[in-house]
Design a protein around this ligand. Structure first.
Ligand SMILES: [Zn+2]
Length: 394
């Protein structure tokens, strides 16, 4: 610990909150009720004291590290390995821990990371969203061995489809869900999208040709209209549920012949082609679903259960969900995205003889304005997620 030259050490308490039930300050950040209280019995973690309720808690309260004997570095490395796409058994071999320990850590981390994503991904203002589904590989069919079209035929009712919604501008992975390829799932995914969007935000939607998206979007982005009377007498026309006038939605329909794409058609479902093209040309794009398809490739690479044939440990739907929770946070907050990097006005010198740094790395969460820096996985796992959203920049 660096010397403070006899000034009292100030400890940043801004990311902490009192967890004690019955405390009037419970769950709130930055109310000045916390004092650092040193490391109890020389342990690795700092203790905080809440002056409002006179309670004590550790800085790891509510995180995966709370009450764990395992070394922090080991836990972080194991989860980083899983996030990079190594399977559970392989990770267990690398670090010489039991596979079930790795699985247990993944389950616990996933629960925390779901809360982490829910805390940050709310009240979003997005201009566009691309939605897609990607099939997860079951035991008897290898990735790439069959085309999406064949997979659709074979796996229509299987639960192993991963649904994704992403913002092509910031690359933020907004929703990731596992389920069958049905209308009920489309409704669920679109519902989750509405939960993370700001109340008045209606982005441009682009999807593949699955017709259930149209129904789900109409359900969530519609309103009652009262058609005008045509005749002076007779019953009033019934009110009709119509898409919101600002709703824009287009489909990219690909036709395959012998696993090759032979035709791509664009169907405008809600809104006008002109309005949709106006939103897209602002980014220099045309109607496409390329960005979400690229993201699905990343998922295949980094989520072992989807990408290739795997051992039995992570094949259940729950295990797949946990892997995806890890992927979502890793992709949004930890991994800088090459296409988002920002040119530095003045090149920064690097240590040693390396060439000067010309770019500032940028993650999807930074591009979406949710945070101002690239997070480490350790930092993510140490973040105590407050019980409700608060307007504090991190
Ligand atoms: Zn308290």
């Amino acid at each position: 610990m660096p010397s403070t030259h006899r000034r009292p050490r100030t400890v940043d308490t801004s990311r902490h909150f009192c967890p004690h039930a019955g405390c009037r300050y419970r769950g709130w950040l930055g109310w000045g009720n916390l004092r650092a209280n040193g490391h109890p019995s020389g342990g690795p973690w700092r203790q905080f004291h809440c002056t409002a309720c006179d309670g004590y808690f550790l800085e790891t309260h509510g995180t995966i590290f709370h009450g764990k004997q395992a070394a922090v570095e080991l836990l972080v490395r194991v989860l980083a390995c899983l996030a990079e796409g190594l399977g559970i058994r392989a990770t267990a071999r690398v670090f010489e821990v039991a596979p079930h320990t790795v699985l247990q850590w993944l389950v616990e981390a996933a629960e925390q990371l779901r809360a982490f994503s829910a805390y940050f991904l709310c009240n979003l203002h997005l201009e566009q969203l691309q939605l897609d589904e990607v099939y997860a590989v079951l035991r008897d069919c290898k990735a790439g061995a069959i085309s999406d079209e064949e997979a659709i035929k074979r796996l229509e009712r299987s639960p192993a489809w991963v649904w994704t919604a992403m913002d092509p501008t910031s690359k933020l992975l907004v929703v990731v869900e596992v389920g069958s390829r049905t209308l009920a799932m489309a409704q669920r995914v679109v519902h989750q999208v509405t939960q993370v969007l700001a109340r008045d935000c209606v982005p441009l939607f682009l999807t593949d040709g699955l017709k259930d998206y149209g129904t789900a979007l109409l359900t969530h982005f519609g309103h009652w209209t009262h058609p005008a009377r045509r005749q002076a007498t007779g019953p009033r026309p019934k009110p009709r549920w119509m898409p919101l006038p600002e709703l824009l939605y287009a489909q990219v329909v690909k036709s395959y012949r012998r696993r090759r794409i032979v035709d791509v058609q664009h169907h405008v479902v809600f809104g006008t082609r002109l309005a949709i093209e106006q939103v897209l040309t602002a980014c220099g794009w045309t109607i496409n679903t390329a960005f979400v398809e690229r993201l699905n490739l990343d998922i295949r690479q980094r989520v072992a259960a989807i990408g290739r044939r795997v051992n039995t440990l992570c094949q259940g739907e729950a295990g797949l969900r946990d892997q995806l929770a890890l992927f979502q946070t890793y992709h949004n907050f930890v991994l800088p995205h090459a296409s988002l990097r920002q040119a530095l006005l003045i090149p920064e010198a690097t240590n040693g003889k390396g060439s000067a740094r010309l770019w500032r790395p940028c993650t999807p969460a930074m591009a979406a304005g949710l945070t101002d820096h690239v997070w480490t996985l350790r930092e993510v796992l140490l973040f105590r997620v407050p019980p409700w959203p608060q307007t504090q920049r991190v």
